[in-house]
Design a protein around this ligand. Structure first.
Ligand code: ARG
Length: 277
């Protein structure tokens, strides 16, 4: 049991989120985005608030960064950096549209008391393409993040980074195709990875949970697992069943308004991993 009582998690996490006050689909930098389809910003805000409140109900701490007008994708906080052991590896976005988000997030970290920060040389979209496990970090390349950023992050964070190659444009960030499970395990959609990377995943995670294309296509892999609890897209029902079989408590969330931009629960969530005590 992870929870010790209502609203108390035994291993509370600290998340950074950005309310979708300026959310819109005005450009298309992934196949989910169609600027001719309107978004309902109030609905997006309502869905986002439910996600934030759920984290708090589960006993986690949520900090918020002020949204900036003209940055409609800033709600996807996962892309704002990678924080491990209290060290902040900053983001450098691949697209011109999102480039200002890199300094905006770094600025938040510096103002919030993070003293060890790195303004990166190499293109990387933060936790979107880096997934931190207990003993290593998985880094993806193929659509957004340069493989050179994996080495840069490895040097700066002092954690080994294993490079994986993404091949399906629908799963353009690692966190759309894979999420971390307890005990250095993962759940993933095999079709998102190159043959070589599949061999790596099979070798590293013989007990991984493999997701179907149907669940991947609702961004079911864009989930946040905090031990027993898994916060995930309500539509990914097969994956939810597999997780329950493994003893997890699944908390379904509806984020279809934000999915119009290609993001789900994990994309809205940047984990602030503290310095070791
Ligand atoms: N529209 C955003 C983009 O394409 C969505 C980002 C989703 N974030 C994520 N961590 N997968 O950049």
């Amino acid at each position: 049991m992870v929870r010790t009582g209502a609203g108390q998690a035994r291993h509370p996490r600290h998340f950074l989120m950005c309310p979708p006050v300026h959310f819109a689909v005005e450009y298309a930098i992934n196949p989910w985005m169609d600027p001719s389809v309107g978004v309902d910003r109030e609905r997006a805000l309502g869905q986002w608030r439910r996600l934030r409140d759920l984290y708090r109900e589960l006993g986690h701490r949520v900090s918020e960064i002020d949204p900036i007008e003209g940055l409609p994708d800033m709600v996807f906080a996962a892309n704002g950096g990678l924080v491990v052991d209290g060290r902040v590896y900053g983001a450098r976005f691949a697209s011109a549209e999102r480039t200002p988000e890199g300094p905006a997030y770094l600025d938040w970290f510096r103002k919030s008391g993070y003293t060890e920060t790195l303004d990166p040389k190499h293109v990387n979209e933060g936790e979107g393409d880096f997934i931190t496990l207990e003993h290593l970090v998985l880094g993806a390349t193929g659509f957004r993040t340069d493989a050179a950023a994996h080495q840069e992050a490895e040097r700066f964070l002092g954690r080994p980074v294993v490079t994986l190659q993404l091949v399906d444009p629908r799963f353009y960030h690692l966190d759309t195709a894979l999420f971390a499970l307890p005990g250095d395990n993962v759940a993933y959609y095999p079709g998102a990875f190159s043959r070589g990377s599949l061999r790596v995943l099979e070798a590293l995670f013989p007990d991984a949970l493999l997701a179907t294309e149907r669940d991947a296509a609702t961004l079911g892999l864009n989930s946040v697992c905090t031990g027993e609890d898994v916060v995930m897209a309500a539509e990914a029902t097969d994956l939810a069943e597999r997780l329950r079989e493994r003893g997890h408590t699944v908390h379904p969330v509806h984020l279809d308004e934000l999915r119009k931009a290609g993001g789900g629960a994990k994309c809205c969530t940047l984990e602030l991993r503290p310095a070791p005590r």
